[in-house]
Design a protein around this ligand. Sequence first.
Ligand code: PA5
Length: 446
Amino acid sequence: MSVAVDFRHLKGFVQDHEIEGLAPQIKTAHHMLHNGTGMGSDFTGWLTLPDDYDKEEFERIQKAARQIQSDTDVFIVIGIGGSYLGARAAIEFLKSQHYNALAKQTPDIYFAGNTISSSDLAELLEICKGRRVSLNMISKSGTTTEPAIAFRVFKDFMEREYGREEAGKRIYCTTDREKGTLKQLAEKEGYQTFVVPDDVGGRFSVLTAVGLLPIAVCGADIAALMQGAADARREYDNERLLENPCYRYAAARNILQRKGRDIELLVSYEPCCTMLCEWWKQLYGESEGKDQKGIFPAAATFSTDLHSMGQYIQDGKRILFETVVLFEKPKYDIVIENSPEDVDGLNFLQGRPVSYINRKAFEGTVLAHHDGGVPNIVVSVPDFSEYSLGYLIYFFEKACAVSGYLLGVNPFDQPGVESYKRNMFALLGKPGYEQEKEQLEARLKQ
Ligand code: PA5
C-alpha cells in the first residue's frame, strides 16, 4: 500500500454512519465503471491502462527519450489541458520546480501551446536560439487552437534551423491513432508518432504517451510509474467502500458537498506539487463541473499560501474543505545549525531537519483549520518516487470517476469547454461563424 488516507480530521463534520450510508451508491458506481454501463463508458480505458498498455509503443517511447536526451538541449512540449498538465506535473514532482535550472544530463523541458500569449511564445523561441531543439506536439484532436498556433510557429522555427528533413527527425507527434489533421501531417512529414488511445480522455491520459514521453525525457523511470499505478489498480478494485480508501475519499467529499462544502482545496507543503495540483484541478473540475453541479477544485501550497489565503481558510465563509497531500520523506533535507548570536531566536531548532519543521507546520495548521470549522482529509504518500506518483495518480483518477457517478454526471465529457471556442472563432472571423460574429460584436459594444 503506497497511499494512506486519514479521515480523522473529518470528526464533527462527517460521521461514520454517513459514509456507510453511501455504500450502496458506491457499489453501483463501481459496477457502472467496471462493467461499462455508466455515462461516458467509451472513455474508461485509463482503468486498465496501468497493465494493458501497448508494450511495443512503451519501448519506442523509451527509445525516443534516449534519442532526445542525446541530441537535444531544449525539449519543447506543445499541448494544453490534458495534453500538457500531467507531464508537467510529473516532471516537477519527480525532479523539481527548478528542473531547468538544475545541473543535469537531460534536456531542459519547456511547455508551449498552453496559452495564446505571443510574449510567452516569443520568449520560448528566444530560449531555443543557438541550442539543439526537439519538439513534442501533443493533441488528441489535432485541432486545438492554442497548441496548433504554437506548433505552426515552432515547426517553422525548426525547419529554418535544421531544414525540413532534419526537423522531421526532431519532431515527435502524440495524437489519435488514425484520424485528425496532425496524424495526416505527421505521416506526410515522416514524424515519429505516438498514440492517445481512443478510450482515454485528455485529463486521464498522463499514463499514455501524452505524459510518458516528456516524463521519460527528464530521466524518470516510467516503468516504475506504471507499476505504481498498476498496484493502485489492484488495491482500489474493491467495491466495498470501507475497505477501499479511494472510494471512501469519494464518499467523504460527496457528503461534505451535500453539507455546503462547495470548494475543495488541494493542499501540499511542497512547491514541486504545484503543477500536480493544477493537474488535479483539471481532472476534478472538468469531470464534475457540469449540469450546474460539482465541487469547485482549488489548490494551495502551504506554508506559502497560509500567508495569503490562510486568513480566509481559517475564518472566512465556511464553504471549504481541504485535502492535504503529505509526504513521509522529503527529496532532500537540510538541518538547522547553531548560530552563536541567535539573532532570530531559532537556536531551539538546532539539529532539527527543515522537513521536521514543515511537518509541525502541517500539524499546527490541520488542528487550527479543524478548530476554525474546516474539515480535512489527509492523503499520505511515502516519497517522491515514480512508483508513489503512479499510485497517487490512479488514486485520484478512480476517486474522480466514482465521484462523478455519485453526483449523477458524466465524468468523461467536457461540453462546456466548447463555448468560449465558438465565440473566439466567430470573433476571429472563421468561415461559417458569420452570424455569431455579428451578434457577439454587437454585445461587446453594448
Ligand atoms: O481533458 C480534455 O479533454 C482537454 O483538456 C483536452 O486534453 C484539451 O482540450 C486538449 O485537447 P487536444 O489533446 O485534443 O488538443
